[in-house]
Design a protein. Sequence first.
Length: 467
Amino acid sequence: MMKIKYLFVALALATALLAHAELQFTGNTHQVYEETPAANTGLNRVYVLYSTDGVGLTYTADTENPVTWYTYGEMGGGYAEELTTVQHEGLTTSIAQLIPNKGYVIEEGTSRFYFWVTDYSGFRLSLTSASVESDGDCGTATIHVEGLCPDIVYYTITGVRTVLDRGLTLRYNNLVWGGDITNGNEEDEEEEAEPDMHWLEQEIVEPLASFKNAIAIPAPTLNTTFTVSGDKFLQLWEGQAQSVETGMYSTAAIDVRTIVVQEDKEHDNEKKLGGETLGGSAPAHITFTALCTDAVVHKEWQMSRDIEFNDVELRLNQEEVDQVFEDAGISYWRFYATNAAGTCEWYSDVYTVNIGESELVCPNVFTPGTSEGVNDIWKVSYRSIVKFHCCIFNKWGNMITEFSEPWQGWDGTYRGKQCPAGAYYYVIQAEGSDGKKYKLSGDINIIRYKRVDHGTSGDGTIISGGE
């Protein structure tokens, strides 16, 4: 037989032949599996047949150019040999019996079509049993599979050994974090979904690139069984896919998500701490929440004044802690969890809560009713004030108003009417997060003015003043 070396150099012309000519398998009893491999293999197609016994192949050309067939093996297309058993009849050429597990090249003029044909009967999958280790491993679960699953191998034009993916899968249930939940308004598709802050049970389907007797995966965080199924060829042929299932896996692995939310006070007269994340001005309301997977038994929020937690001052055996911080200083918080045996531990990130020292400053002038939204409410400027009481009096000593929160203020009215311009008097008693006591008093001056237009200048500019 004639050997054609470096036949693959004309690969660029192959697609033209593929687009117009017809390739047909004859005598086969099952559907032919067809796959387009990666371009770097040099192959146009890979075909897998249930069996090649009695199966022939026919090629119908679309030109009058001569057609020549070649086959090659693991050496690649550079060592292809011409087939001498090809029958010719007009534009049709054929072989009565395929040679299985071979590469083929059909040359029509200057165009070539490269493909590989595999006989599945020599690589048949047989799954017999599966089991899983339940030895309390925190990080890994190992599934053991018994059976036969030889690699389905083909060779590229350059002779590179390549394994065909069988489409084997591993299925099991696990807890996954989050996902999206709809907001209940299916018509409003533009409205963003809110995150679902829960552990959700979900079936996991993992493709197995190749068959292994021992499959190691990250340990699931709930009790589950494992199922190995395949392959895609048996599934194609009348749903003959096989599967094996393990017994119940008892998990020891744990996982936790922590969520820390501080209530936003949004008071425009409250001073913040530069670069703060948690804490700031007291009182600060913070909710610490931990959401645990099934195997978590011991759980606690821990608080320490030491970032290394060498001395834990507070242990709260609960998943949610609602805390109001009123004392100045820095504290560190984290969540700790273990399984029943104490063999698997989990620590959250450390959350720093920094409550600033107190400050209280009182203005002495404001201008209510003059320019809306600008200096029209008398308020103190403060930080970390945990107790507060303010009374405001007129010049005759009559109390105009009082309030007990530092973010509140006086709008310059009394019984719904604006007070006249002039001096008023405030008395404040307060206490800070650092224990500092405040006893403040002083004048509040109401200034009222209005804009008066005095005409225009010669160039049309409005001249205005106040009175």
